[in-house]
Design a protein around this ligand. Sequence first.
Ligand code: ATP
Ligand code: MG
Length: 324
Amino acid sequence: APRVLSGIQPTGPFHWGNYFGAIQQYVDLQDQAAEAYYFIANLHALNTVRDRAKLQEYTLNGAIDLLALGLKPEKAVLFVQSDVPEVSELCWLLLTGTPMGLLERCVSYKDKMAKGLKADAGLFTYPVLQAADILAYDSNVVPVGEDQIQHIEVCRDIAGSFNHHFGETFVMPKAQVLDASAKVPGLDGEKMSKSYNNTLAVFDDVKAQRKQILRITTDSRPMEDPKNPEGDVLFDLYKLVATETQVADMTALYARGGFGYGEVKKALADAAEAYFAAARERRADWAARPDDVRDVLKAGAEKARAKAAATLARAQAACGAKGY
Ligand code: ATP
Ligand code: MG
């Protein structure tokens, strides 16, 4: 059975892309894994969130969301990234062997640059901290959305060259992506992303979310015409939250025509509300006892630290940063 690890940034409320691309896999894998480590990546989030109170709030809320969505503290180790300082030390060891060109090629960095976000060294070196996160726990499998595949490749490159130079030290991880939800589209049709302001939050207020769905722009085909489900954001989102029968009915409706997109939007909002209803209740329950959530995170951090400390010691010994 594999050792599984994944992290998610507390850069804002978690959205459907996070859930269907990543969190759903966390939940499924916690039952199959030998060990499963899931963390709130608050050090990564510092690249984006420069407000102390917000970062703290998003961090705790992120943990509450993961618990509400089905992570079981007795099966999975749930913790906050900064509670394991060993990873930041490991990051340094890895930074020393990482070619600039490897990071310059990273698409997520290039995308953010192209969108005019400011470049700091933290954003540029973020794949190396991510590599340290992954390697610290001897992870075999990293469940992620498609946008992270390149970063896992970078991690493999870094681990491979360290192993080659200093001897077998790190376990080679591989990315695991779900075909059906590798890249969930946002309200504007681009990848749904916290930093692109195009998200449907998993736990938004039901009425607010309904309004947001009603505002999604659609093509201007006349009512009576058949509609094309290919590349249709409404249809893509509906597939995620509707039952199989509902999807089959909607497919038939699209082929037939004779409806307005308003109907699809209403169906989407209804299906979303039903899909997340149980999780919403669990969320209210966890949110009412934040100290219990903090206890879960503290216990998780202890387990995670023990593992990361062993890996760090191994890496230090391998490269000569220990023993003299
Ligand atoms: P940010 O904009 O701050 O980078 P994000 O929305 O991309 O935030 P991350 O914390 O970077 O979220 O990613 C957490 C996990 O969610 C990753 O595994 C990532 O691949 C996955 N993910 C994010 N957006 C999507 C999406 N639209 N479709 C599928 N998976 C996604
Ligand atoms: Mg991201």
